[in-house]
Design a protein around this ligand. Structure first.
Ligand SMILES: [Zn+2]
Length: 253
């Protein structure tokens, strides 16, 4: 493990266009419930009901009950993995963070260029009158156990997230592909890469000659295509990598 952390750090220290791809595993370490897996939210909720655009149109209240469980019950803060990624951007190494997470924890940790493939919960629009709310206002309603509804009376308040049955935002996706194609290091953190387009992005990076690094709690089917695979907690591994990158840069200055 130490050896692989050193190897990853060396590749990152020599990189000038590293791209980081993050999935639910990073948020999970901040206490955000995960979707898949044996204790994921999909064992309790039907994604067709609570996380698809059709489900939302049928019953927006069910969507907000679900969102309460996802976003409010355990108030999440950025963890050491988020901060480590932000620090690598600050050092001029990481150029973009591509994420499937909608919780804005990367930005709260200080990351500047974040490509949110699934959008985020930060802004919420009324589909009837067009009013826009900030997440803080919606969170207040949820904490007070009020119905989430617009001042106009509509229950159709939809956050700017990509629900099942909706396309990914093509501009963001194109930027993610362009970043991947320019990457000299492509690092996946907390994703098993099962969802499109996650599985393809590292392949674009590899075509460009990037070193591929995988940091995930468990083994994944994608591990075989990665140059360096480290299994464990991102919140422990990434700060170690950052320390090692700094050491490497001091020695080689
Ligand atoms: Zn409205």
């Amino acid at each position: 493990m130490e050896d692989r952390i050193r190897k990853a750090a060396e590749a990152i220290a020599n990189a000038s266009h590293a791209v980081v791809f993050t999935g639910a595993g990073v948020s999970a370490e901040s206490g955000v419930p995960t979707f898949r897996g044996h204790d994921g939210l999909w064992t309790k909720y039907d994604p067709e009901e609570v996380a698809s655009i059709q489900g939302f149109k049928r019953n927006p209240k069910a969507f907000w009950e679900f969102s309460k469980e996802l976003m409010v019950k355990r108030k999440a803060e950025p963890n050491p993995a988020h901060f480590a990624i932000a620090e690598l951007e600050e050092m001029g190494i990481v150029r973009a963070v591509i994420t499937q997470n909608v919780d804005v924890l990367h930005q709260r940790a200080g990351s500047k260029r974040v490509l949110e493939l699934h959008g985020s919960m930060e802004k919420v629009d009324c589909l009837d009158c067009g009013a826009t709310y900030h997440w803080d206002d919606i969170e207040e309603m949820l904490i007070r156990d009020e119905e989430v509804k617009c001042e106009c009376g509509s229950h159709y308040l939809k956050p700017r997230v990509v629900l099942f049955g909706e396309p990914l935002p093509s501009d963001t996706l194109n930027q993610a592909i362009a970043e991947s194609r320019q990457a000299d290091v492509f690092m996946v953190v907390g994703s098993s890469l099962v969802v499109y387009p996650a599985a393809y992005l590292p392949l674009y990076a590899r075509e460009a000659g990037a070193t591929l690094i995988m940091i995930n709690a468990d083994e994944t089917q994608a591990d075989v295509v990665f140059d360096i695979v480290i299994h464990g907690k991102a919140g422990e591994i990434l700060p170690e990598i950052v320390e090692e990158v700094k050491r490497h840069r001091r020695i080689n200055r």
